[in-house]
Design a protein around this ligand. Structure first.
Ligand code: ZN
Ligand code: ZN
Length: 456
């Protein structure tokens, strides 16, 4: 069902001038977004006709999740489906990544991305198609595997949108670039695909779009954030070197635990005292390990820290501050050596910046598809998603929107004062209401892609 508002055609030209001053300075080429109200009945009819098959594909993907870097079956299924939909399909792009290209005349190239990996979680949804999968993780531990981040929804919407755009190819001109990405959960997949020539071997995109499920919104609804939407994510390890000894003779030791405590407290001043209060940042020490027994002062203490920011400058300020505080505190405490500080560059996830003009144009499309009341503008968050890397690398507009998944009555109950909290993504009980979620996802994504392609 589609509600068309009075402004049936919303036209925006997205250029570099549309970017906010604080956003990335991208020399973005112009891309036009025009809602194609006249195609809504055809999109809806296609969804109606294919939804049962998509639900089957979704339950199969949900029941057979694969961890990051192991998306072998998901990639095989994606490859088959894209080929069947008429896409020139290439597997093995950046590990298990799959790229589908549909060239359809002169016009812009639009990248549509979905991710394929699942999480090491034992599923507790009680669904009839719940995952029973167990595997060994990278450390060799036996773990359950679950699509707790909705990447099964993302995959289904991705190939379904590819099918819809292929079916409607008489109505648009341009190129659709379908990107089925591996290893999002470890922040590596987008980079792996780019490093493997995504932007050299395939048509170069003029805009990048994606969606992500969201456990805070009802199925059938969407949300979006213009500008900074998700954060730079850095992981930092610090090893503090003390000098161990007997717990009763601290004067003969250098206590790495007390030193670690000083470092942890001092790190709290990075965000509160060094950042502009209007510039978001997070420094969380998520793990502290030291010692084995009451009366032993250990030799070392180890910290693991997650660092979040939006801009490159703030990121650098926080990482430099961590190095400085850790090193200088260890020196002040008389440590025999400077601490080892490791910033895991391979796990870095760049912030996601939703081009403001594209965001507003896309929100206009979403409002036409699901109705004004079902599109919420929300604040940015400090979570991470490596989709931002595509647009950032290309210097073109990017946009990711949130897709609600919660069964309607369950959502309404949760809003009552005594309502049970909803399971978020990454929860063992995360269970999208598949039918309306998929239908809304495909209608929105297809309409958004059509708005960015050249009308025919
Ligand atoms: Zn996730
Ligand atoms: Zn995710």
């Amino acid at each position: 069902m589609s509600q068309t508002f009075a402004c049936a055609a919303i036209a925006f030209v997205l250029t570099a001038a549309s970017s906010q001053a604080e956003g990335p300075s991208n020399p973005a080429p112009a891309v036009r977004s025009t809602y194609r109200a006249e195609l809504a009945p055809a999109v809806d009819a296609f969804v109606e006709k294919n939804l049962a098959a998509w639900l089957d594909a979704y339950t199969d993907l949900h029941a057979h999740p694969e961890l990051s870097l192991h998306e072998v079956e998901a990639a095989r299924k994606m490859t088959e489906r894209l080929k069947a939909a008429g896409y020139e399909t290439t597997a093995g792009v950046g590990g298990t990544g799959v790229v589908g290209v549909l060239k359809n005349g002169e016009g812009p190239t639009i990248l549509i991305r979905g991710d394929m990996d699942a999480l090491p979680i034992v599923e507790e949804t009680g669904l009839p198609f719940a995952s029973q999968t167990r595997t060994k993780n990278a450390e060799g531990l036996d773990v359950g595997v679950m699509h707790a981040c909705g990447h099964d929804v993302h995959q289904t919407v991705l190939f379904a949108t590819a099918q819809a755009l292929s079916a409607l190819r008489e109505k648009w001109r341009g190129t659709v670039l379908i990107v089925a990405q591996p290893a999002e959960e470890i922040g590596r997949g987008a980079k792996m695909m780019i490093d493997d020539g995504l932007f050299e071997r395939f048509p170069r995109p003029n805009a990048c779009i994606a969606l992500h499920v969201n456990g805070n919104f009802a199925a059938g609804t969407t949300a979006y954030t213009p500008g900074w939407a998700l954060a730079n994510v850095d992981s930092v390890d610090i090893t503090i070197h003390g000098r161990g000894g007997h717990g009763s003779r601290p004067h003969e030791s250098v206590d790495p635990i007390v030193t670690a405590a000083q470092v942890i407290v001092s790190l709290q001043t990075l965000v509160s005292r060094r950042l502009d209060p209007t510039d978001p940042g997070v420094v969380t020490v998520g793990s502290l390990h030291a010692g084995t027994k009451h009366n032993i002062i250990p030799n070392e203490a180890r910290l693991q820290i997650t660092v979040r920011s939006y801009t490159d400058a703030t990121r650098a300020k926080l990482l430099d501050g961590i190095r400085q505080i850790a090193t200088q505190t260890c020196r002040a405490m008389g440590c025999p050596a400077d601490p080892d500080i490791l910033v895991h560059e391979e796990e870095f996830t760049p912030a996601m910046y939703n081009d403001p003009a594209l965001s507003e144009a896309a929100a206009g499309v979403l409002r036409n598809v699901v109705g004004e009341a079902s599109v919420q503008q929300i604040k940015g968050q400090m979570g991470g998603e490596d989709f931002g890397r595509f647009a950032k690398q290309l210097g073109v507009p990017g946009f990711m929107f949130w897709l609600g998944v919660v069964e309607k009555s369950r959502f309404e109950t949760s809003r009552k004062p005594d309502g049970a909290p909803l399971p978020s993504i990454h929860s063992s009980r995360f269970a999208p209401d598949a039918r309306p979620t998929l239908a809304t996802g495909v209608r929105c994504m297809t309409s958004l892609a059509l708005s960015l392609l050249e009308a025919k």
